[in-house]
Design a protein around this ligand. Structure first.
Ligand code: CAA
Length: 310
C-alpha cells in the first residue's frame, strides 16, 4: 500500500475519513501532531503516536521518501500483527491516522505538538525551525528529536524558546521505553510537564535532563562505542569479540559495534564531534577508524556495511 502526499488535504485517507461506515474512529475530534521527517526515527515516532490514536501529519520532501516512511510503518505494524500485539483492524486504523505532507506549512495547521526528526545537522534543523516558527499555531510546542545538538541554540532560532524542548526517542522507537526530555535554558516548566505527560500517554518513560552536550544518553553511550572502536583500531580484538564481551559480560542486548552500525556510523561521528567540540576534552576525540569508515561510506545497517555486513 502507498499513500499520496497531501498538498491540499486530498488523499486516499481524506476520502476514507468522510465515510463514517468505513471508519468512525477518525470522525471524532482527535489530537493532532506533526512529525517533520519520515526517516527511521521520524516514521517510528509517527507510528507510536498513530498507535495511540493521534492524527499524525508526517512531512517528507518528496513522494518517494514519503512512500518509504509509510511502507516502514506498515512493515512494523505487520510485525505487531504477526506477534498478535494488535489485530488487522487496529493496523488499518493506525495507518488511517498517518497523513503525508510535502510542506510543513500545510501540515502543522491545528497541531498542538510538532516534532522535528530531520538529519542531524544544525543548518538543516535551523531552516526547519524558522519555517515552523512562522507557520505553527502560536501555542504549539516545538520539539526536536536531536541526539546532541544544543536545545538552547535551536530554540534561539525561534521566537518562542519557552515553548521549545528536546523529546529524544530511541531506536527502535516502538520498542525502547525511554524518552529523554531535554529542557533548554528558557524552556517553560509547564512545557516540560506536558511533554512528560505525553510520553507517559504513549507508554514511554520520560526522564528529564538539562540541556548539555550529548545530554546524558549520548554523553555516556558514545564514549563507550568510541572506545570499542579503538579496541578494533589498535588490534586488541575483533569486532565480534568486542561485542561478545559486552553482551555476555555486561548484559548489553547488542555489543557496542553492532549498536554503532544500528545507529549509523555517521550519526555516531556527528555526536562525538559535538561532544569533542563542546567540552574541548580529548577524551571525546573520535577514533580515526570511525572517521575512515564514514569517509568510505560504510555507515552500518543503512548502507549494508559497517563493522558487519548486512
Ligand atoms: N520496530 C518495532 N519493533 C521491533 C523492531 C523495530 N525496528 N526491532 C525489534 N522489534 C521488536 C520485536 O518485534 C520484538 O518484540 P517482542 O519481544 O515483543 O516479540 C523485540 O523488539 C525484540 O526483537 P527481536 O526478538 O527481533 O530482536 P532482539 O531481541 O535482538 O531485540 C532490539 C532487538 C530491541 C533492537 C535489541 O537488540 C536492543 O534493545 N538493542 C539496543 C537498542 C538500543 O540501544 N537503542 C538505542 C540506540 S541510541 C538511539 O537511538 C539514540 C541516539 O541518539 C543515537
Amino acid at each position: 500500500m502507498c499513500c499520496k502526499i497531501e498538498n491540499s488535504g486530498q488523499n486516499t485517507y481524506s476520502e476514507t475519513r468522510k465515510d463514517p461506515k468505513k471508519n468512525n474512529i477518525i470522525m471524532s475530534e482527535k489530537k493532532k501532531v506533526s512529525v517533520i521527517g519520515g526517516g527511521t526515527m521520524g516514521n517510528g515516532i509517527a507510528q507510536l503516536f498513530a498507535l495511540h490514536e493521534y492524527q499524525v501529519h508526517v512531512v517528507e520532501t518528496n513522494q518517494e521518501l514519503a512512500d518509504h516512511a509509510f511502507e516502514a510503518i506498515e512493515i512494523n505494524l505487520d510485525r505487531m500483527v504477526q506477534k498478535e500485539k494488535i489485530d488487522n483492524k487496529k493496523k488499518k486504523e493506525t495507518l488511517q491516522c498517518i497523513h503525508l505532507f510535502q510542506a510543513a506549512e500545510d501540515a502543522v495547521k491545528g497541531s498542538e505538538l510538532i516534532i522535528e526528526a530531520v538529519p542531524e545537522e544544525f543548518e538543516i534543523k535551523k531552516q526547519v525551525f524558522s519555517d515552523l516558527d512562522e507557520h505553527a499555531p502560536e501555542d504549539a510546542i516545538l520539539a526536536t528529536n536531536t541526539s546532541s545538538i544544543s536545545i538552547t541554540k535551536l530554540a534561539a532560532v525561534t521566537s518562542r524558546p519557552n515553548r521549545f524542548i528536546g523529546m529524544h526517542f530511541f531506536n527502535p522507537v516502538p520498542v525502547m521505553k525511554l524518552v529523554e526530555v531535554v529542557s533548554g535554558l528558557q524552556t517553560d516548566p509547564e512545557v516540560v510537564h506536558r511533554i512528560q505527560q505525553t510520553a507517559k500517554e504513549l507508554g514511554k518513560v520520560p526522564v528529564p535532563v538539562k540541556d548539555s552536550p550529548g545530554f546524558v544518553s549520548n554523553r555516556v553511550l558514545m564514549p563507550m562505542i568510541n572506545e570499542a572502536i579503538f579496541c578494533v583500531y589498535e588490534g586488541a580484538a575483533t569486532p565480534e569479540n568486542v561485542d561478545e564481551i559486552m553482551k555476555l559480560g555486561m548484559g548489553h542486548p547488542m555489543g557496542p559495534l553492532r549498536l554503532a552500525d544500528f545507529i549509523g556510523l555517521d550519526v555516531c561521528l556527528d555526536i562525538l564531534n559535538v561532544l569533542y567540540e563542546s567540552f574541548r576534552d580529548s577524551k571525546y576525540r573520535p577514533c580515526p577508524l570511525l572517521v575512515q569508515m564514514v569517509d568510505a561510506g560504510n555507515l552500518g545497517d543503512k548502507t549494508g556495511s559497517g563493522f558487519y555486513k548486512y
